[in-house]
Every structure is written in structure tokens, then in C-alpha cells.
Ligand binder design. Structure first.
Ligand code: SF4
Length: 175
């Protein structure tokens, strides 16, 4: 992403969002627009990354609420019962050898980025968390994928795995 674009996202977008909010413009609409613009900017570039240079950041709400297994910090603890999308990400790890991390918040996500030093990120979240994450991450290329929330926010959310595979292939230079 160009420096100018990155500067806009980091410095100007938060101000635009807060003004829009005070004018009664729907914030999620603004956020979706930022995420789409960001994804388009990232996709203007070509990448040829190694799988280990790609980090997929997932929100904890993808895990079934009824599941007691602790998958934050280590997704491999999942028992693959298939009741939630976490199992799909174990398959993604096996297929592509990318890094996948489930974060309970921004602090853990930042730590994963600091520890793993990815060259590109695929982030799954709601409009609010994705847009603030894109602003936070700054110059690292991020493809944002919105989660689906059939039960409402933060509960048993879902994600389109095809979009994740497409984003991985894009960063691997396969698409
Ligand atoms: S797939 Fe099953 S075991 Fe794995 S996190 Fe989801 S509910 Fe838990």
C-alpha cells in the first residue's frame, strides 16, 4: 500500500469516521467502505510470499460458544468435532501451511504480529474490529474478510472459507 494511502487510513480515516458518526451516517457502512477500499488497494499489488509469511487472524467468536476447549493461543487444541468454523482453519493450515492465530482482542493480535513477523495478514472480524485493525496495522498489507453473524454480534459467528482460500492464494501469488 502506498505511503499516502497508509497515511490516509491511519490519520484521516478515524477522524472521518467520528465526524460521520456525529452526522448520523451509519458507521458500519463507512467501515465496510474502508475495508473494501483497503482490499482493493492491496489487490493492486502482486505478492509472491511463502506460506509462513502469511498470518490469518481470527476472532474468538468463530468458536462455538458451547465449546469449552481453549483454542486461543493454540488452534491445534481444537478436537475437530466440526460444529464450528475453527475446524476449517485446521484444514487451511494443513493445506497451505500458513499461520493461524485466534485472538481475544487487539493486544493479543498485536503480540502475534510482533512474534510471527508476517509480511501479509488476512484478518476476519466484524466491521468495527476490522476497520480499527486495518488502521492499527498501518503499512502491512491486510485483506479484511467480514464475518457472518446469524446469531447476532460476537456469538457463534461464521466466515466464508472460500474467501480465505482466495486471499491466501493471492498472497502466495497463485491468483
Ligand atoms: S470444531 Fe468443535 S472442538 Fe473445534 S473449536 Fe469448534 S466446537 Fe470446539
Amino acid at each position: 500500500m502506498s505511503n499516502q494511502k497508509s497515511k490516509f487510513i491511519k490519520k484521516v480515516y478515524p477522524v472521518v469516521e467520528s465526524i460521520a458518526g456525529s452526522l448520523g451516517i451509519e458507521k458500519d457502512k463507512m467501515r465496510r467502505s474502508l475495508i473494501e477500499k483497503n482490499n482493493l488497494e492491496v489487490k493492486k499489488n502482486k505478492y509472491n510470499l511463502k506460506p509462513e509469511e502469511i498470518l490469518i487472524l481470527l476472532p474468538h467468536c468463530l468458536q462455538l460458544m458451547d465449546c469449552d476447549i481453549r483454542v486461543t493461543n493454540d488452534i491445534n487444541n481444537c478436537k475437530r468435532c466440526g460444529r464450528c468454523p475453527i475446524m476449517n482453519f485446521l484444514e487451511i493450515i494443513e493445506k497451505f501451511k500458513v499461520n493461524v492465530f485466534i485472538a481475544t482482542g487487539g493486544t493479543l493480535a498485536r503480540k502475534a504480529i510482533k512474534d510471527l513477523k508476517p509480511k501479509a495478514i488476512i484478518a476476519v472480524a466484524c466491521e468495527r474490529d476490522l476497520s480499527s485493525g486495518i488502521v492499527d496495522i498501518g503499512s502491512l498489507p491486510v485483506i479484511g474478510v467480514l464475518n457472518d453473524r446469524p446469531k447476532g454480534p460476537c456469538i457463534d459467528t461464521l466466515v466464508d472459507i472460500d474467501k480465505i482460500e482466495q486471499a491466501i492464494k493471492f498472497f502466495l501469488g497463485e491468483e
